[in-house]
Structures are given as C-alpha cells and as structure tokens.
Design a protein around this ligand. Structure first.
Ligand code: OGA
Ligand code: MN
Length: 206
C-alpha cells in the first residue's frame, strides 16, 4: 500500500472509532471520478437506472421520501474506472477489519443519480429485518459543486447536524446501524456510488 493511501485509511479508521463516521476528500482523484462519470452507464443513465425503492422486500416507491435513480453494480461487470474504486474500497475494508477488529466481507454498490429537486428523507440504512449492512460508504462524483446548489448529505449526530457537500472524489462513511441521515434536494443532478459493507458475502441485486 502506498503511504498516501495508508494515511487516508488511518483517518477513516480513527473517524469510525471515535465518531462512528468519517469524511475524506480525494479518496478518488479528479481524473478517476471523471472517468467513472464518463462511462456509458452514467452518460446514458436515463436508459439504465431505475427508480429506487424503500425497504428490503415489498419495496415502496414514494417520491417525497426517496427520489433517486439507481443501478446495482455487478462487480464482475464493473467498468474499468469503477474497478479502480471497487479495488480501493475492498482494500479499505481489509484495513478496517484489522484496525477495528471488524469482519466485513464485501461491499454492495449502486450507481446513483438524484435528479434536481429530489431528496432522501431522514433514515437509517439498516433494514429492520436484516442487520448485515454494517457501514454505509458513499463516493461522490460531482465536479465544481457549490453550497448554493444544495444536495448536502446531512448527518444527525449527538452533537447536532453535520452537512457534507457531495464534492467529486469525497468519501463519506458511517455506521449503518447508528447514524441517521438525509439527502437534501439540489439544483443540479447529483451523482454518486452508494455502497454498504456487509458482514456476509454479497447478495445478487437486480
Ligand atoms: C442512501 C443515502 C446518501 C447520499 O442511499 O441510503 O443515504 O449522500 N445516500 O447519497
Ligand atoms: Mn442512507
């Protein structure tokens, strides 16, 4: 592992241990994020992505609650640019397993687009019926995002709320069972890779 990435990984481990979350700039470089956004899947997302639902089974589709469009990534079919991200995240999970004595097995990830004006209301990421999602791991892909464009990830912490701008290359990671959060509406399309590290081998998502 190169020295720079070890510094990032250590900061993530410290954040998770101390505060149950971490936010890291430049987890991906500008070139790496624009390569992911430039792949056909994102360029043509209106053809590929489907409205995201709420809940694990019997999905509900309520725009006021959750407005994003998603496409699950089959790791065997990830694009070359996504593979770089996937490999780095898997390396991070191995690191966290050692540093924090976790038993994370893998990560399930979807491509995500929030059209302008859409949101995801305050929620927890763990399903009532299933506690295998341990860490929520989101990497943003948006260039030149400014605060007036909205789209913040808002974390609800004991100390109050923390708003995180969805700036390209930034990684937000937090305990799926503990940290309530929401996505505020934005004035432009908001792109990300959204994932959950689980303590069992991944399920197939369609
Ligand atoms: C989610 C979610 C946060 C974000 O997809 O469950 O909370 O910043 N996403 O996109
Ligand atoms: Mn969430």
């Amino acid at each position: 592992m190169n020295a720079d990435i070890t510094v990032l990984f250590n900061r993530i481990a410290d954040g998770l241990a101390d505060q149950s979350f971490a936010v890291i700039d430049h987890f991906l470089s500008a070139e790496e994020t624009s390569a992911i956004l430039g792949e056909d899947e994102f360029v043509n997302h209106k053809l590929h992505f489907r409205k995201a639902g709420i809940g694990k089974t019997d999905k509900q589709f309520i725009d006021q609650v959750r407005g994003d469009f998603i496409q699950w990534i089959d790791p065997a079919r990830a694009t070359p640019a996504e593979r770089i991200y996937l490999d780095r995240v898997r390396e991070l999970l191995l690191f966290l397993n050692q540093a924090l004595f976790l038993s994370l097995k893998d990560i399930e990830i979807h491509r995500t687009v929030y059209p302008p004006g859409t949101r995801y209301q305050r929620h927890l990421d763990q399903f009532k019926s299933d506690d295998h999602r341990k860490l929520s791991v989101i990497c943003y892909l948006n260039t030149d995002w400014t605060p007036d464009q909205g789209g913040q990830l808002r974390l609800y912490l004991d100390s109050g709320t923390l708003d995180i701008l969805p700036e390209g290359g930034k990684l937000a990671i937090f305990r799926s069972d503990l940290i309530e959060h929401e996505v505020l509406p934005a004035t432009r399309e908001r792109y990300s890779l959204t994932g959950w590290a689980t303590d069992r081998p991944p399920e197939l998502h369609v």
